[in-house]
Design a protein around this ligand. Structure first.
Ligand code: ATP
Ligand code: MG
Length: 406
């Protein structure tokens, strides 16, 4: 029996004349991502995208799973294809839906006929097929309001398709249609969720992680690389910049005001992130901050952090509770990695009594007493390591940014 995958667009459908651009991006993404699962033909007809396996070697299970991570798709189905002939439709539906129908007590048939030359109308298809299925599975009852299983039949231009209920797609907008931003990735629970949420709104990403060896370990860095790779099936490939942040951080510890340490350090990170963003065409920063979660995320602290540089800072989690964030982290499978107990550079050198309501004046005064900080920030932005995420090379290949430029 021949199967294929079908994808239906969501918000993209609202885009009027731009819709074609969005569709082209999502088709390109699907084509690219399907390569890992076999040879597929990807085409569009009647505002549905068809993903058709070209040979027996295609892995339909893993392809369907991958498709569920493509942003921009509202719903999906995995369907059996047959000729546009009622006898063929019935012959296909009975065995194809066996698992779903045996597990159900009630069902209904929903038909759509966009090929108006088909001899039966959709009411007739539903009624007749309902009868055939009741005969094949006598335990079933019809329930048109709240069935356990909905059998769907679509008679379209290229053929007839039979499938169980559509499943929800990843939603959102196709990655890259909203531009590019830098996500500041710590090893925590929040920032991977923030990355996922902004990719869902159509941003393509680059990651920036600050590491302070030897105060932070190689394991902590590998954890961030693992998290980034877990995001890649949703976000597509991206570069992760690992900034060797020890020198600026030690300098701030030794020359800054202890109670302001965290905000001073976060401002320094933002400035480095701004440089790496401008160099690589990213127009905003993304963080996993949530209002009042910790001392550095009070409104006053955020005001100070925002004033450090000029790119907009997107904080998709700002109004989320930890429980809500954790739910998403579990859903996107980053949670278990995030809770591994390795140190982050944000957690070293933290003062016992961080100031929760810093003023910008005192922050600027503290920075005026650190004349060498700007040069250190410049230096670490140049010395960062680039890791390719989602390139299929395990943990990613590495290169030195400077070497790459020379
Ligand atoms: P998370 O769970 O994402 O680590 P958090 O609640 O621990 O967040 P902070 O440590 O204050 O909060 O960090 C706030 C945000 O700053 C993070 O969500 C992340 O975007 C950024 N950030 C923190 N540490 C780093 C780091 N080492 N490298 C890159 N970005 C970082
Ligand atoms: Mg953190």
């Amino acid at each position: 029996m021949k199967e294929l995958l079908m994808a239906y667009q969501g918000e993209m459908a609202l885009k009027g004349l731009n819709r074609i651009t969005f569709e082209n991006v999502v088709m390109k993404t699907i084509k690219y991502r399907m390569q890992a699962h076999g040879k597929f033909k990807v085409y569009k007809a009647q505002s549905t995208i068809y993903i058709e396996p070209l040979n027996e070697d295609c892995n339909m299970d893993s392809a369907y799973e991958a498709l569920q991570k493509v942003f921009g798709l509202a719903s999906l189905s995995r369907a059996a294809v047959c000729e546009k002939d009622f006898a063929e439709i019935a012959k296909t539906a009975v065995p194809y839906l066996e698992n779903e129908l045996r597990a159900a007590k009630t069902f209904k048939v929903e038909s759509k006929r966009s090929d108006k030359t088909f001899q039966m109308n959709s009411m007739e298809i539903s009624r007749e097929l309902g009868g055939v299925l009741l005969q094949a599975y006598p335990h079933l009852k019809v329930d048109v309001h709240n069935p356990d299983c909905t059998v769907m039949v679509e008679v379209r231009d290229y053929g007839a398709y039979v499938h169980p209920d559509k499943v929800k797609g990843a939603g959102g907008m196709p990655v890259s249609t909203s531009g590019k931003a830098s996500v500041m990735l710590s090893g925590g629970i929040d920032s991977p969720v923030a990355a996922w949420m902004m990719a869902k709104r159509g941003l393509s990403l680059q990651g920036i992680h600050f590491a302070s060896p030897p105060y932070t370990s190689e394991r902590a860095k590998q954890k961030v690389i693992t998290l980034a790779n877990k995001l890649a099936p949703w976000t597509g490939r991206f570069n992760l910049y690992i900034v060797p942040f020890t020198e600026p951080q030690v300098y701030i510890r030794d020359h800054g005001v202890p109670d302001l340490f965290t905000v001073l350090m976060r401002r320094s990170m933002m400035r480095v992130a701004e440089k790496l963003s401008r160099e690589n065409g990213a127009d905003a920063l993304i963080t996993g901050e949530s209002l009042a979660q910790v001392a550095s995320q009070t409104l006053k602290a955020i005001v100070c952090t925002d004033a450090a540089q000029e790119l907009p800072v997107l904080r998709p989690l700002i109004g989320f509770d930890k429980v809500e964030i954790t739910d998403i982290a579990r859903r996107i499978d980053t949670f278990e990695t995030s809770i591994l107990p390795y140190e982050d550079c944000c957690t070293i050198f933290t003062p016992p009594h961080p100031k929760t309501k810093p003023s910008l004046e005192e922050i600027l005064a503290a920075e005026a007493a650190m004349p060498e900080l700007a040069a250190l920030e410049e230096k670490v932005a140049q010395e960062c390591e680039v890791v390719f995420i989602g390139s299929g090379l395990g943990l990613g290949s590495k290169r030195n940014k400077q070497k790459e430029e020379n």
